[in-house]
Design a protein around this ligand. Structure first.
Ligand code: FE2
Length: 295
């Protein structure tokens, strides 16, 4: 039997109540409904659509038109930590480098610094309500390291395999927390998140890191098994935010429905923790991280 995920109504000013904190500690995630005004969700979606419309894919079509990993594709990703870049769905291009379907239906995600570079996403990421929420968690100096806009396109929106977010953003001691905002209803049909409650108390399984040759590899540091049948669907309404502990195993299924499933995510780390050089995401000196709560 599939378990029903526990959910809460967000507080008016965004702070976490003691009951919410207990649930987050116990389960490794927490669902806060009605956190973002639906009208704000709509305006952020419109803005993302406009950015895609303005984006000229000709400059990167050769990078993405091969299915194999290529140096150019890797470099485009590796240097995106302090930029706003567009990433295509697998198989978006044909063998001639032409998009198989319209551009707006071919983008998988945007990343990874919209929250500091784009005025609309900046306004979304640094509201008093969100700072209040972040300030309720047990860390000293949270900094917003990464933002992603995930389109989860109708019919072709790809699966995201089971993973822990700390795999991709590692600090010592570990501190990453994900904030997953539903900009549209996320359902079983259009590829909602799934998480395995309580497994965040286990060690980090993999580290996505640079090896000695400068290649990004997935390094398994603690082999363990996650059973899909232990996962719980996190179906949520537009305007909901889901907090994800950095060790919570989670995934999302492909979207085979006719509806998109737009989501915006933020990942924060504690500045008092070490951020080792082997992490993939780099920030240039021109875009230093700022204290989230004071920004
Ligand atoms: Fe994730």
């Amino acid at each position: 039997m599939t378990k029903e995920a526990l959910r809460f109504q967000s507080t008016e000013d965004g702070h976490l109540t003691d009951e919410m904190k207990v649930a987050y500690e116990r389960d490794g995630y927490i669902i806060l409904e009605n956190f973002v005004d639906p009208a704000i969700c709509d305006s952020v979606r419109d803005h993302a659509d406009k950015l895609v419309e303005e984006f000229d894919p000709s400059g990167v079509s050769t990078i993405f038109s091969t299915n194999e990993r290529s140096h150019a594709k890797d470099d485009y990703f590796k240097s995106s930590g302090d930029k706003v870049r567009f990433f295509f769905e697998a198989e978006a291009f044909d063998e001639n480098g032409e998009l198989k379907q319209e551009k707006s239906k071919s983008i998988n995600k945007m990343g990874h610094a919209m929250h500091d570079l784009d005025p609309v996403f900046k306004e979304f990421a640094y509201t008093d309500k969100l700072k209040k929420l972040a300030g309720s968690l047990d860390w000293k100096q949270p900094q917003l390291l990464q933002s992603m806009y995930i389109f989860k396109q109708p019919k072709i929106g790809g699966e995201v395999n089971m993973h822990q977010d700390s795999t991709f953003l590692y600090t010592d001691p570990e501190s990453v927390v994900g904030f997953w905002f539903a900009l549209e209803d996320a359902t079983l049909e259009n590829g909602c998140l799934w998480g395995i409650p309580n497994r965040h108390k286990e060690p980090l399984k993999d580290k996505f890191e640079y090896d000695a040759d400068g290649n990004l590899i997935l390094n398994t540091v603690n082999p363990c098994e996650w059973k899909m049948e232990d996962a719980v669907p996190l179906e949520v309404k537009k305007g909901t935010v889901i907090l994800l502990h950095g060790h919570l195993p989670h995934y999302s299924a492909p979207n085979r429905s006719t509806k998109s499933r737009h989501a915006f995510t933020l990942h924060a780390i504690d500045a008092t923790c070490d951020y080792p050089d082997h992490n993939w995401l780099k920030r240039g000196k021109n875009l230093p991280l700022v204290n989230w709560l004071d920004a």
